[in-house]
Design a protein around this ligand. Structure first.
Ligand code: SAM
Length: 237
């Protein structure tokens, strides 16, 4: 019954334009109307963003570096990257998310003008499969969780084809322990769990990258009580 047809992406788009939009805008925001679990996920996600920025800055300043943020959500990464001087294309399958990210950017970037006003990211409503062009770095955080590994392979191949130097990805790790937690969670489906969550093993992600001539250079695990993510940086072999 769980078999995946072509409908996955439509379900995800619909979710992130409606209930999912409200839920994740709250989690990724700063307001107090979140429960304990949501607050924990907010913390975990903020660590993923922070670590991704550290990985990005590790190779030097981001001034003038082109970055494509695929599946940008509410702009949690795109906005700070613009502050660092990066030239950002921020895209998402959800029009609601893109509108929110754009609003965040306007609020947060226009007031900043210390070392010259940062360049506003360019925002586009697009699924990552339809992205084209070349970017120094492509980043895709917490998106693969919405797709099974058989879809994720193609997504990774496409993202790698857009990146000249680096690809930074995060995904929910499929380890025995976390897999078990998730299965227990599935016995108690909450009303907000409108989409399936897919876990990926680091080995599967690594294989998908190797197939297109990329290898993992750095890896890290971010975990809080309810949030788990593998964060990896891949480069051409
Ligand atoms: N990357 C953001 C972050 O870490 O703050 C948002 C993560 S959120 C859990 C997942 C996002 O991926 C949603 O905004 C959703 O609309 C987007 N998304 C899902 N499937 C996508 C696809 N095929 N192409 C582009 N965006 C997608």
């Amino acid at each position: 019954a769980e078999e995946v047809g072509g409908g996955d992406k439509e379900v995800v788009r619909e979710y992130f334009n409606n209930n999912g939009f409200e839920r994740w805008r709250k989690i990724y925001g700063e307001t107090d109307d979140v429960n304990r679990v949501q607050r924990d996920i907010r913390l975990g996600h903020s660590k993923t963003v922070e670590n991704a920025i550290l990985m990005l800055k590790d190779e030097g300043s981001l001034q003038g570096v082109t970055v494509c943020d695929a599946g940008c959500g509410t702009g949690s990464l795109a906005v700070p990257l613009a502050k660092e001087g990066a030239i950002v294309l921020a895209t998402d399958i959800s029009a609601a998310m893109v509108a929110e990210a754009e609003k965040q950017a306007r609020e947060q970037l226009q007031s900043e003008s210390e070392n010259g006003a940062p360049i506003m990211p360019k925002f586009e409503v697009r699924d990552l499969e339809s992205l084209d062009g070349k970017y120094d770095t492509v980043v895709c955080l917490d998106v693969l969780i919405h797709y099974p590994q058989n879809k994720a392979d193609g997504m990774i191949a496409h993202l790698a084809s857009l990146a000249e130097n680096r690809l930074i990805l995060s995904f929910a790790p499929k380890t025995f322990y976390y897999d078990m937690l998730k299965r227990i969670g599935e016995l108690f489906p909450g009303p907000s769990k409108a989409t399936r969550a897919y876990l990926h093993s680091e080995g599967d992600i690594e294989r998908a990258l190797r197939k297109v001539g990329w290898k993992i250079r750095k890896r890290g695990l971010i975990s809080t009580q309810f949030y788990f993510a593998n964060l990896i940086e891949a480069v051409p072999v």
